[in-house]
Write a protein that binds this ligand. Structure first.
Ligand SMILES: C[C@](O)(CO)[C@H](O)COP(=O)(O)OP(=O)(O)OC[C@H]1O[C@@H](n2ccc(N)nc2=O)[C@H](O)[C@@H]1O
Ligand SMILES: Nc1ncnc2c1ncn2[C@@H]1O[C@H](COP(=O)(O)OP(=O)(O)OP(=O)(O)O)[C@@H](O)[C@H]1O
Length: 307
């Protein structure tokens, strides 16, 4: 019997996040262009009597260790489908910022699912794993597949995207987090207060930008920088006006593009290459406008069994 399984799962950045109108089910239709980047959580599962969750890492204190943890929910959903109990110790080595708009919880959900599938020998078909991921959250299917992909629907319906080469990113981690529903809610509020209306009847269908997809396909960082957009950025800035100073500091530090990562408050900066990314990271750290700075390349592979 396998004693333990470890799965490594990357963070994501949204290079385009086009947000459609509020749907009757409370979600928004998206054209969500995901890129997996090389900041990783590691999820290790071991047989146990009952379920137990532990977490290590600088942000570990902010991670729930009860049944609400996405990793615990993933294990329970898989166990229920295969008529077994989720008797497992889940340990999360957390390096992805918590509540930072980089899909850290989603990464742990996808990681625990893949790890339990290997530990228990359930060998669930890929389609079934993706279904469980979609049940866990809109970002979770992408954490499983990684690379680059266009997410339609609420972000869970994925089409892989062709990319060339690697893009260099700098991430500025902010103090505190932002709640994803609160940021979507603020997006609706801003739309309504501008007289536009916030429902699917008022907002045009979101579409992926052809220029952005071409930039990914050709590995052209300046073209990607010119095409990145995030419809949640005004809402994140409205809730966290201090992020404007971080964005300005990154631009001043030589970034080709500066944007809020997903629902924030992490901000993302595209650099021409890895050397320039290190330089931008140094200057950003010195600017005093963020809590920590990370550099990462993308695209990288999705959830992968490592041991
Ligand atoms: C901001 C992004 O990270 C961009 O990739 C995602 O859209 C959020 O994905 P997530 O964290 O997996 O979100 P979920 O757990 O599915 O949903 C949490 C809440 O976010 C809002 N939500 C999420 C996805 C979506 N397409 N529309 C929404 O309005 C809803 O209020 C929902 O109740
Ligand atoms: N394994 C987990 N790791 C971190 N947070 C978790 C986990 N499971 C549940 N959560 C809850 O989810 C909330 C959001 O955390 P997460 O790190 O996933 O945010 P995020 O990166 O902004 O997500 P996204 O980019 O998908 O919107 C946390 O405040 C926490 O309460």
């Amino acid at each position: 019997m396998t004693a333990s399984v470890t799965v490594r799962v990357p963070a994501k950045v949204n290079v385009q996040l086009a947000v459609g109108g509020l749907r009757p089910d409370g979600f928004h239709d998206l054209a969500n262009v995901f890129l997996a980047v090389g900041l990783y959580d590691e999820v290790t599962v071991t047989h146990a009597d009952g379920m137990r969750i532990t977490c290590a890492g600088p942000d570990a204190g902010q991670v729930p260790l009860d049944g609400s943890n996405l990793a615990a929910r993933a294990a329970r959903l898989l166990a229920a489908r295969y008529g077994r109990t989720a008797d497992v110790h889940i340990h999360i080595d957390k390096d992805i910022p918590v509540a930072g708009g980089m899909a850290g919880g989603s990464a742990d959900g996808a990681g625990a699912l893949l790890a339990c599938d290997a530990l228990w020998g359930t060998a669930a078909p890929r389609e079934e794993l993706l279904e469980i991921c979609a049940e866990l959250g809109s970002d979770v299917p992408f954490s499983l597949v990684g690379g680059a992909a266009l997410g339609r629907g609420r972000g869970e319906l994925l089409t892989p995207l062709e990319t060339a080469g690697s893009f260099s990113w700098v991430f500025a981690v902010a103090d505190g987090g932002l709640s994803t529903p609160a940021v979507y809610g603020e997006c609706d509020r801003l739309r309504e207060s501008s007289g536009q209306g916030a429902t699917s009847a008022d907002v045009p269908d979101p579409e992926a930008s052809p220029a952005l997809l071409a930039a990914l396909r050709t590995g052209d960082a300046p073209a990607l920088a010119a095409a990145v957009t995030n419809d949640l950025q005004p809402a994140a800035l409205s809730l966290r006006p201090d992020l404007a100073a971080t964005l300005a500091a990154g631009t001043q530090a030589g970034a080709l593009a500066a944007m809020v990562s997903g629902s924030g408050p992490t901000t993302a900066f595209l650099a021409p290459g890895p050397e320039e990314a290190l330089k931008t990271a140094e200057l950003l750290a010195a600017s005093g406008t963020c809590r920590a700075v990370r550099v990462a390349e993308g695209p990288v592979a999705g959830a992968t069994v490592v041991a």
